[in-house]
Each structure stands twice: as structure tokens, then as C-alpha cells.
Ligand binder design. Structure first.
Ligand SMILES: [Zn+2]
Length: 113
């Protein structure tokens, strides 16, 4: 049931799983621009710029079918892209940086054009 004074679990009870109070991805809570949210994933703008995709569950890997879903969702927003899994800032919560197919981080959402 979490800590008594934690609001995090209430906020995310609907669709986020296994949230951790001290995780910056679990706590991202629309501090940045969100492009798209599905049941399993959020595609958002990082605080320091550039889009990324975050699993709405606090664990560090995707199943093959989740990977397919993730690529489909990102493909709705971006034309040619690569997913860069570095996870050096938050190693235990899966997220991928969305880069253009030439590896650069300047990628523009199809919805902004
Ligand atoms: Zn997390």
C-alpha cells in the first residue's frame, strides 16, 4: 500500500504499475510535453530536450511483444527513428531515447509539421 504520505500510487493507480516514489520516471507526471500516452507507454519530451519513450511500469526490460507495441507507438509520431537504450540515468526503469535514423537527436514529431 506504499508510504502513508505518498500520493504517487493514487495518481498512477489506473495505468502505471509498480511505481517507485524515488524514481524520476515514475514521477515524471507531465512536467514535460507528452506526445502520446497509451496503456503501457508514454512518449514525451525529455527535460533537456529530445523525445523519449517510457514504460509505465518500474522494471528494466520489455517483452518482445511490448517492444513491438513500443515501436508501433513511436512510429505513429516519428517517421524514421532509432531507439537508443542507454538508461544510464535511471537504469532500473525501462526507457528509450528516440533518435533520428542517422543517430542524431534532432528529430521532429510528425504531428508538429
Ligand atoms: Zn520508475
Amino acid at each position: 500500500m506504499g508510504k502513508p504520505n505518498s500520493t504517487l500510487k493514487n495518481r498512477y493507480e489506473d495505468t502505471w504499475s509498480n511505481v517507485h516514489d524515488d524514481c524520476m520516471l515514475c514521477e515524471m507526471n507531465k512536467r514535460t510535453k507528452w506526445y502520446l500516452e497509451t496503456k503501457r507507454f508514454v512518449v514525451a519530451e525529455k527535460l533537456n530536450g529530445g523525445p523519449f519513450v517510457v514504460l509505465k511500469e518500474h522494471r528494466d526490460t520489455l517483452t518482445p511483444s511490448e517492444w513491438d507495441q513500443m515501436e508501433h507507438i513511436v512510429g505513429l509520431l516519428f517517421d524514421e527513428f532509432e531507439i537508443d537504450i542507454r538508461m544510464n540515468l535511471v537504469p532500473d526503469h525501462w526507457h528509450g531515447h528516440i533518435l533520428s535514423s542517422d543517430g542524431s537527436s534532432s528529430i521532429t514529431s510528425l504531428k508538429e509539421e
